[in-house]
Design a protein around this ligand. Sequence first.
Ligand code: CA
Length: 252
Amino acid sequence: MVSSGFAPAQSSLRIGLGRVLVVEDEELIRETVALALAEEGFEIIVAADGPTALEKLLGAADGSKDAIPDISLVILDLMLPGMNGLDLCRLVRHRGMDVPILILSAKGTEMDRVVGLEVGADDYLSKPFGMRELIARCRALLRRYQSKAKSDDTSALRFEGITLHPNECRAFLNDVELNLSPKEFKILELFMGRPRRVWSRDQIIDRVWGYDFMGDNKTVDVHIRWLREKLEEDPSKPKYLKTVRGFGYRLG
Ligand code: CA
């Protein structure tokens, strides 16, 4: 089945509502939800198990060739074959993806709700639910994210050619997106927050890895080296991440 099989014929007349990924293994619910949202003008992608959903989401984030771009919202069932919804949600957030997630589950206890929100879901709806309510929640979530995206833009950190968006976990060098690991991103964020301030290796470890980090502070040097390879024209003569002999590192 084609993944966007639920887009209504007239969807082009109502563009801009967004693309929703419906992750649900029960066919009846999946298709009912997909049809209801498609009728509202959303473009729909479906996945019947955890791994397929993850593939579609990560593909979208990595911009890979076959990827479905720009998923605007995820409707996620909890009990799924392959990988459950909570693990999926956790993974997506761990990868720094800032897509709104609405959990849909028969497990409607307070405990599940709390766990769902803790792993990074934005909202929670218990089965059985009304379609009107689901659609209203989707719209509210999208609105919330859109206004958040606007305010996030002003929180971007800039230093010479580098721009970093803390809430989107994205960084750019001369408008080209950098492919940073979470630790590299956090180090760069720390430096960007206070350009020219010198950070010792211990301070960097405390801020980036946390106080319970068990490794040694050579780890910092390794990560700085990797960051330089991504940021610097000539990593052996760094323009951005400078070594301050006997102290540590600074930006600029
Ligand atoms: Ca299920």
